[in-house]
Design a protein around this ligand. Structure first.
Ligand code: SF4
Length: 165
């Protein structure tokens, strides 16, 4: 079995934020599409995409944005608030491509803050990702979602009605 089966960059991102959200997304539970947070995220991506580049989909699961020099995987975020998650998401894309024999570097872009950060897949990062992949698979195997735990992210989370009303 492919060890990355059912794993994508979104799940990696949420793994470092909220295990319940990993379960909800992984089980295809629909979030509130009108959440301010989702709308803002889409809006920023639309503007930035028009200026910079086009994304593409790998294996029908992983959205990867290749920057103009074509050797770098880019991921756009609207703020550096969840930097660890964002770094791990880019690292996952690099790792994923490495499994396919393609070696790339990554770049994290935060256009609103005019920041960019280079991400290189080190041995440590690779180990950390492998642990995250196992952690996500364990969460997804549970029959029910982990109980909600109140965190600052809940305020803007598209699942907040489901968790807290
Ligand atoms: S509202 Fe909070 S607990 Fe519920 S899924 Fe979102 S982040 Fe997790």
């Amino acid at each position: 079995m492919n060890k990355l089966e059912n794993i994508n960059g979104t799940l990696i991102w949420y793994y470092y934020i909220c295990p319940r959200e990993v379960w909800l997304i992984g089980h295809g539970i629909e979030a509130d599409q009108e959440s301010d947070f989702l709308i803002l995220g889409k809006h920023i991506q639309e503007i930035f995409y028009k200026r910079q580049k086009k994304g593409f989909l790998i294996d029908n699961t992983i959205q990867i944005d290749i920057l103009p020099n074509k050797k770098i995987i880019g991921e756009i975020k609207k703020s550096s608030k969840f930097l660890e998650s964002a770094r791990m998401q880019v690292a996952f894309y690099i790792y994923y491509m490495k499994q396919k024999g393609i070696n790339l570097e990554g770049e994290l872009l935060i256009p609103e803050e005019r920041k960019r950060e280079k991400i290189v897949l080190t041995k440590e990062l690779e180990q950390k990702l492998e642990e995250a992949v196992k952690g996500i698979q364990k969460i997804l195997k549970q029959e029910t979602p982990p109980e909600p735990v109140k965190i600052p992210y809940c305020r803007n989370c598209a699942y907040k009605e489901m968790c807290w009303s």
